[in-house]
Design a protein around this ligand. Sequence first.
Ligand code: PGA
Length: 256
Amino acid sequence: MNKRIKLIAGNWKMNTTISSSEELVNGILHKIENNNYKSEILICPPFTNLYHINKLIENKNISLGAQNCDYHDSGAFTGEISLEMLKSVGCSYVIIGHSERRTIFLESEMQINKKIKKSLEVGITPIFCIGESLEQRQSGKTYKVLEQQIKRGFEGIENENFNRIVIAYEPVWAIGTGIAATSQEAQEAHAFIRSYINQNYSSTADEIRILYGGSMNEKNCKELLSLPDIDGGLIGGASLNAETFVKILTASEESL
Ligand code: PGA
C-alpha cells in the first residue's frame, strides 16, 4: 500500500505583493472550504508575504513554505534569511536548490547541501530540487546528472533523516515552458530516483515523497499525479491562479 501523502505545492516565485497574495490565498481558501482533502496543500509565496499569509491560513489545512533560505544561524549575511526566521513566520517547508537558483544565482551544490542539512536541523522540511537540462537529456546524461545532484545534496546526511526530505524532480527544460515531461519520462525519472536512493542510501526510499515539477497544469496533472512514483507536484505558473491550483489539487485527490 502506498502510504506517501500526496503534496500539492505552489511555488509562486517572484510574484505577488501583499494585496495580490491575499487575494490568491482567499481564492484558494474559498474553493477548498468544507473539503476534507487527503492531499497536503502547500503554498510558497515570496519572503515578504510569509508573515501575512501565515495569519490568513491559520488552522486552515494549508502549509506554508519559503522558496529559499540561508544556512547560517545569524550574523553578517546581508540580504539573507535564516531557517529560524522562516520558522518564526510559520514555515514548515523550504524549497532548496531550485534550478532558477542554481542557474541564475549560481547556487552551488555545496550551498544546497548545507541548506538541506540546516533545514533538517531546524525542523523545516526541505524540498530538494533536482533535474537535468535539455542538453543533458538529449545527450543521454539524465540519470548521471540526477545521481550527481543527489550524491552532492545528500552528503553527510544521516540515514534516519532521508525520509524527512521531499525531492522535486524538475526537468529544467519543462520549467515555465508549457512543455511538461510525458508521463513515461516523468515516471521513469521518479522510479530511477527512488531506486537510486534505495540502493545507495536508505531502505526508507519508499517513504520519500518525490514531486514532479515543470509545466504541470490542469490538463496534464491528472495523468502525472496518477503515476505510481509521483507523489505530488511543485507547481509554478499554474499555482498563481486559485481555480487552476485547486483543480490540480482535485486531480490529486482523484488519483488516490
Ligand atoms: P512551472 O514551474 O510550473 O511554471 O513550470 C515549476 C517550478 O519551477 O517549480
